[in-house]
Design a protein around this ligand. Sequence first.
Ligand SMILES: CC(C)=CCC/C(C)=C/COP(=O)(O)OP(=O)(O)O
Ligand SMILES: O=P(O)(O)OP(=O)(O)O
Ligand SMILES: [Mg+2]
Ligand SMILES: [Mg+2]
Length: 312
Amino acid sequence: MVATDKRLETPKKSESASFNLATYLKERQQLCEQALDNSITVVYPEKIYEAMRYSLLAGGKRVRPILCLATADMIGGTIEMAMPTACAVEMIHTMSLIHDDLPAMDNDDYRRGKLTNHKVYGEDVAILAGDGLLALAFEHVATQTPANVPRDRVLQVIIRLGKALGAAGLVGGQVVDLESEGKSDISLETLNFIHNHKTAALLEACVVCGGIIAGASAEDVQKLTRYSQNIGLAFQIIDDILDITATQEQLGKTAGKDLTAQKVTYPSLWGIEESRAKAQQLVAEACAELESYGEKAIPLQALAHFITSRNH
Ligand SMILES: CC(C)=CCC/C(C)=C/COP(=O)(O)OP(=O)(O)O
Ligand SMILES: O=P(O)(O)OP(=O)(O)O
Ligand SMILES: [Mg+2]
Ligand SMILES: [Mg+2]
């Protein structure tokens, strides 16, 4: 393996030499954990709040809220401005995982290294915990975004989150995903539809909403959209590869599920190596979209690389 020296590679970018992704991720993860912990207080009826907290605080990489905060940063906003939106995207993501794991959908027993929500609280409460998180996401953005953020930005975020989550986003992607299971003749077009909706739509909302909260212009939004669509697809390609190559311990959920469920995936169509190359190409294109932001784009560019180099 060739050791890379960032200072030699990019001598003009002084920050790239000092930017340490591992430290950055750890610091941002801690901030997110704290904010998520504060977002739900357990009151009567305790069972539902506990079920919501169980999955929301079960770990996870926190890629989505960190992308949201990093984008707000790049556009010139603050963590305080973007944190309620960052928490909201993690609440929506957690809801989607709780519901995805239900017996009526993927019927999974483990998530984030723990028993799934319905295994602990029962199916009825798990459905409601997802519903509760979903409702809280919108309430949280509307009520907790600081007063110095113009309300039209908050409204834009609510509109985009709703769209990313509904039939035009996550829900639509999940429906096609479920109806494609067990079919071996799924086209690349259908596979792209599933992943652009099931995975990329929310990642796009994380990035673009982080930008909007910080006052992104129409031109910024265009660049952020292209960046996030590319990393969204790369994220899913790597997810498909990890399902084959990683262990249950690394993933915190059952490995090898796509093969068992005879799912058409990117590696099943292209092979692992070509899929990995495609993901790397998408990440390179995503990073190029942010060139005009100079050093300010370093964290988002590093996060894009993290998406393809992660092992869980
Ligand atoms: C509206 C709903 C419920 C959306 C679910 C969206 C989603 C990304 C599920 C996980 O996908 P997966 O089943 O392919 O991955 P995993 O292996 O993490 O379960
Ligand atoms: O880290 P997680 O659990 O939030 O999952 P994902 O890989 O979907 O980000
Ligand atoms: Mg699924
Ligand atoms: Mg699943």
